[in-house]
Design a protein around this ligand. Structure first.
Ligand code: AMP
Ligand code: FE
Ligand code: FE
Ligand code: ZN
Length: 280
């Protein structure tokens, strides 16, 4: 069984449609895939409709933007009620703030380079969760940078003059909101240091007390040492360990199934979650 529990579609900052993602998963020999677009569940219906045709089982999920002690933490939620009012409000607030923030970043960049909000809108599907990747794509289309990675290293870098922050829930509050909505909260790429500061093990321990179910140890942004340390931390704190690709289509080098999760872990996630895994 090949189980990949972290992927993105064009409903956030991936490049495949949700249905295209399901077909790509089938072509990559994946048995179970989680669709975890940033701060939205809008792709779930289309992905679910492709389960039968592709033979790929679907875990419905979301990657929630949160912050702990001012440090950005991505929290994966699996199998939660997509209509839970508190969780819906949290995701809506962060999507709204992301859009305002992206507009402000474009205004700042436009003082120095030709770039418009329409350029960015052209790169995002209708209703998609807007992020820096869409600004990156607009910068590529304008010929200002070669690709997303180059944009993130330069114009979009958090330490640069164009960066603007957006609202995100406190991680502990998000963990509680996910549990209240029947979801299973797993911290995404806890040691992805290339993206910015990462939280200490003490913070992970606090989140475990607050209801965190697991941590994503196996991820492209982790070194072998990171992965080993996270496994040890999970064992110490009684947390599940997941592995996943964080696939974004052509937007990132991450390939589907590059890292996978054990079947026993998926079974435990399904046991704790309110929704079933959708099987062919
Ligand atoms: P934002 O949440 O808008 O600040 O943008 C962060 C998103 O950008 C993350 O979800 C990543 O998927 C994506 N990202 C971060 N670094 C890179 C990179 N070097 N290349 C492509 N995408 C990236
Ligand atoms: Fe992303
Ligand atoms: Fe992430
Ligand atoms: Zn992700």
């Amino acid at each position: 069984m090949r189980i990949d529990l972290h992927t993105h579609s064009a409903v956030s900052d991936g490049t495949d449609t949700p249905s295209g993602l399901m077909h790509a998963a089938a072509a990559s020999g994946i048995d179970v895939v989680a669709l975890t677009d940033h701060d939205t569940t809008a792709g779930w219906g289309e992905a679910a409709a492709a389960v039968a045709a592709t033979g790929v089982a679907l875990v419905r999920g979301t990657e929630i933007s949160t912050r702990a002690g001012g440090i950005s933490v991505h929290l994966l939620s699996y199998l939660h009620d997509p209509e839970d009012p508190s969780l819906v409000a949290m995701l809506e607030r962060s999507r709204d703030s992301r859009e305002t923030r992206a507009q402000r970043m474009v205004e700042r960049i436009a003082e120095d380079l030709p770039l418009t909000w329409a350029d960015v809108e052209e790169q995002a599907a209708d209703g998609a969760t807007i992020g820096r990747p869409h600004i990156a794509d607009a910068l590529v289309a304008r010929g200002h940078v070669a690709d997303r990675a180059a944009a993130f290293r330069s114009l979009l870098h958090p330490s640069g003059p164009y960066y603007v922050r957006y609202w995100a829930a406190e991680t502990a509050d998000a963990v509680a909101a996910v549990r209240a909505a029947g979801g299973v909260p797993v911290m995404a790429h806890p040691r992805a240091a290339a993206r910015g500061r990462v939280v200490s093990t003490a913070v992970v321990a606090e989140l475990a007390d607050a209801g965190l179910a697991g941590i994503e140890a196996d991820h492209l942004d982790h070194t072998p040492d990171d992965r080993e340390a996270l496994r040890a931390l999970a064992a110490e704190l009684g947390l599940l360990v997941t592995g996943s690709s964080d696939y974004h289509g052509t937007g990132k080098p991450n390939r589907l199934g590059a890292f996978t999760t054990a079947v026993e872990v998926l079974e435990e996630i399904e046991r704790q979650g309110r929704l079933p895994v959708l099987r062919p």
